[in-house]
Ligand binder design. Structure first.
Ligand code: HEM
Length: 422
């Protein structure tokens, strides 16, 4: 029988976060997130060792930055804390043939590629996409059975985000399940468990398939005049900074956009349902004043924090909060923890739909890499919650959530629910 080394790690669910020696803290244990017990481990670090060094982990040594302000400080120094070669804890394997997307590039390459893709998620284009996204959301919600148990993740969250992504790529809607599949493959690897357990060969095969399908779309769109609303493939194929990308660079950027748009919004949609189930008085506020959806949405995104961290790599010896970081060392910026930092966010451990400064959170990161799709994500969530409040009195969570086994993607595999009409 296969044994999971994480089950025996000293820093695991069941360990006492307040008495475990700080030297044994390794927050890369995915079980802490799968079982939803990460809070007190980070609370202790913020209080006692906010910039923490983990000397030994399956991914080698790394630093954890856990306070809001320290995370912002690192992100604002992008030359000292590089996004290359990767923003994940594990380094890419030696035989890795993919090029990174622009999230893992430093300027000037980062700046040029981001500028090419950005118009797809700019205000004007979102205005054009909104009616289509709303129409698709309404169709999904209207088809839900009242009073009957179903899995929210599969039936609503995955479906909605996949349709949104298909809209953004102008990808054939009937093949949209492929986008979900490639996103799941891209965030899984034999070294770092993700949504799927796959072999390196299965992984490569799937990525080849993704590239093949998207190369077809590239060839078709490189040649045709731009259309409204703008789609991501046409933008990359036609912009002078990106039109000469190699296929592997193209694939790297596609995966960034697919994963960036898919998992994150999916888990926010589900996290919001759970948060409002656990806080019925907050749901009552929304029914009394539906305009509060405007502040509900960023609060859900803060509360869920669908990407737990981003990594940087120090390019020179430096100091952070009194700790000496050496050139080449890995630095993890734990958004999950910064978003619960009570010195920056009042009552950070409470879910409050009418906060005074709801956008004051780190879920979208900070600085030059701040999430490019943040407005699209907020729009999608706003539309869905507006339509939910018009139809349902409440969404009852009727069993324990099943969470993703990952220290990076913070979300849900399954959430059993029943919806109740108004
Ligand atoms: C609630 C939903 C979302 C969350 C929480 C989220 C979170 C993040 C985070 C944490 C980063 C890195 C920020 C940093 O390093 O400072 C990022 C970058 C990025 N996100 Fe999102 N994201 C979301 C939705 C989306 C969507 C819908 C798209 C669709 C296009 C998207 C595309 C991107 C891209 C392209 C980047 C790289 C930006 C850069 O490196 O300049 N994201 N996102």
């Amino acid at each position: 029988m296969e044994t999971d080394p994480w089950a025996l790690h000293p820093c695991r669910p069941g360990a006492d976060p307040w008495s475990l020696p700080l030297a044994q803290f390794d927050l890369s244990n995915p079980r802490l997130y799968a079982e939803g017990v990460w809070h007190p481990f980070f609370a202790r670090l913020r209080q006692q060792e906010p910039v923490h060094y983990c000397a030994e982990s399956p991914f080698g040594p790394y630093w954890s930055v856990t306070r809001f302000r320290d995370i912002q400080e690192v992100e604002s120094q992008h030359a000292l804390f590089s996004s290359e070669p990767t923003v994940l804890l594990g380094n890419p394997p030696r035989d890795f043939y993919l090029q990174p997307g622009f999230i893992a590039m430093d300027p000037p390459r980062h700046t040029l590629t981001r500028a090419a893709a950005q118009p797809a998620v700019g205000v004007a284009n979102l205005g054009l996409l909104e009616p289509l996204i709303r129409e698709r959301a309404v169709a999904i919600l209207d088809a839900l059975p009242l009073g009957v148990e179903f899995d929210w993740v599969e039936r609503v969250a995955v479906e909605l985000t996949t349709q949104m992504l298909a809209t953004l790529f102008d990808f054939p809607l009937e093949q949209r399940h492929l986008l979900t599949h490639w996103s799941d493959v891209a965030t899984s690897s034999p070294r770092q468990p993700g949504p799927l357990r796959i072999t390196p060969e299965e992984w490569r095969q799937s990525m080849r398939e993704c590239l093949e399908v998207f190369t077809g779309l590239w060839n078709e769109r490189a040649a045709r005049p731009p259309r409204q609303p703008l789609d991501l493939v046409s933008l990359l194929a036609q912009h002078p900074a990106t039109c000469a990308m190699t296929p592997m660079e193209y694939l790297g950027n596609l995966l960034l956009l697919i994963v960036g748009g898919n998992d994150t919004t999916r888990h926010s949609l589900t996290g919001g349902v759970l948060a409002l189930h656990e806080n019925p008085e907050q749901l009552a506020k929304l029914h009394a004043e539906p305009g509060l959806v405007a502040s509900l949405v960023p609060e859900i995104i803060r509360w869920q924090t669908p990407l737990a961290y981003m990594r940087r790599t120090a390019t020179a010896d430096c100091e952070l909060a009194g700790r000496r970081i050496r050139a080449g060392e890995k630095v993890l910026l734990w958004y999950l923890s910064g978003n619960r930092d009570a010195s920056e966010i009042p009552d950070a451990d409470l879910f409050i739909v009418d906060r005074a400064r709801p956008r004051h959170h780190l879920s979208f990161g900070f600085g030059i890499h701040r999430c490019m799709g943040n407005r699209l994500a907020e729009m999608q969530l706003r539309i869905v919650w507006e339509e939910i409040l018009r139809r349902f009195r409440r969404i009852e969570v009727c069993g324990p959530p099943q969470r993703v086994m990952s220290c990076f993607v913070h979300g849900f595999e399954r959430l059993p629910v029943r919806v109740h009409g108004l």
